[in-house]
Unconditional design. Sequence first.
Length: 154
Amino acid sequence: MNTSTISTKGVLLALAVVPVTIALWVIVWRTGFIASIVSFVTAYGAIWLYKLGSGGKMTKPAAIILVAIMLVAVALAFLAGMYSDMYDAYVAEFPGAGVLDADVKEFFFANLQNGELWSAYQSDIIMSLVFVAIGAGWELKSLFLPEQKNTKKA
């Protein structure tokens, strides 16, 4: 396999982490735990699924695509967690509103422009990125950093 090859099957399998990340994130988020730990699972899962589809081979171009998949998955999951919070706030004011009601969506999108809201989520965003880096770090390190040979003489 060429070192610049990207496995289509691997990428398609890795994309499965996106809906899993979103669902898992919201579940963990709503139970009150630190949902950013899901970012680690996302990174690990994307790499594992890619390798499953590619026959175990990881290339630098594939790693770049996987990082993009991981970041998109975590960003969408984070937005889903925010939507969950805003839905709770909306329902507290207007009981009986459905999760996908137009008014709830409008409330969500209007609040995305609120700088104070983003400030409140800042530490969660940072932790999410840290956990993605931890989850993907070892694999990416082996691809992008040259192996260090032991130069000690016995």
